[in-house]
Design a protein around this ligand. Structure first.
Ligand code: DC
Length: 218
């Protein structure tokens, strides 16, 4: 069973994907963490994430075997890593370098404790369209720009970061535009995806819908 959850930044897809994976004891892969880790590595080397040559080299040499350590690393969650991820993810050769790992994870899902799982949940931008077009369940989770920016703003305030709502909305618009307009694997729902607008839905409501969809396919 493969569950694909795509959508723009801060739409709630990560929380949903994690909760669904936990409920069914499926393996969870946050594919954004791969792009974030590549982006951050480029920055830490003093490079520019938009530099195709450098970003591709980092992605090709990237060790994804420690995926759980990567996903659990708080450093990849900050906006610096998010913005760098959005830049490296525009580069087709970077996407190509990360594709096989994602595909393999979906087909051979492994839990954090090393056990094999009966299914996988992958969240990202192009899971239902490119990485797993054959997924059993496809969800496209979205919300208005204002709602998503507000969620991200509150999250960052809680972490004690010095941010404004206006700047967060502006950043969100730039990131959405970059993710949606790139020529390779742009952010868009698969034709057979179920679209969930979470602007006025609670986490529990969205979770309930997703669980029913997975149960129907079991
Ligand atoms: O979901 P996220 O915010 O962690 O993703 C960070 C960036 O990575 C996002 O701006 C676009 C890119 N990304 C992608 O292009 N394809 C994916 N499957 C996941 C993330």
């Amino acid at each position: 069973m493969i569950v694909a959850i795509d959508g723009p930044a801060a739409a709630g897809k990560g929380t949903l994907a994690k909760n669904v994976a936990k409920h069914f004891n499926f393996a969870y892969l946050d594919t954004g963490s791969l792009y974030r880790a590549v982006g951050l590595t480029v920055l830490n080397q003093g490079g520019d994430p938009s530099d195709e040559k450098i970003a591709t080299k980092v992605a090709e040499e990237f060790e994804v075997k420690d995926i759980f350590a990567i996903m659990n690393n708080p450093e990849i969650r900050n906006e610096r890593a998010g913005s760098a991820a959005s830049k490296v993810s525009v580069i087709p050769a970077v996407r190509k370098a990360l594709f096989d790992f994602q595909r393999n994870f979906a087909e051979n899902p492994i839990l954090e404790n090393g056990q094999k799982a009966k299914g996988s949940v992958l969240d990202g931008r192009d899971i239902g369209t490119v990485v797993c077009p054959d997924a059993d369940v496809k969800l496209f989770v979205t919300a208005s720009t204002e709602v998503r920016a507000k969620r991200r703003y509150l999250e960052q305030k809680e972490k004690g970061l010095d941010v404004t709502l206006e700047a967060t909305i502006a950043d969100m618009k730039i990131r959405d535009e970059r993710d949606s307009s790139r020529s390779t694997a742009p952010l868009k729902p698969a034709d057979d995806a179920v679209i969930l607008d979470t602007s006025e839905m609670s986490i529990d409501e969205v979770f309930g819908i997703a669980v029913k969809m997975v149960e129907k396919n079991q």
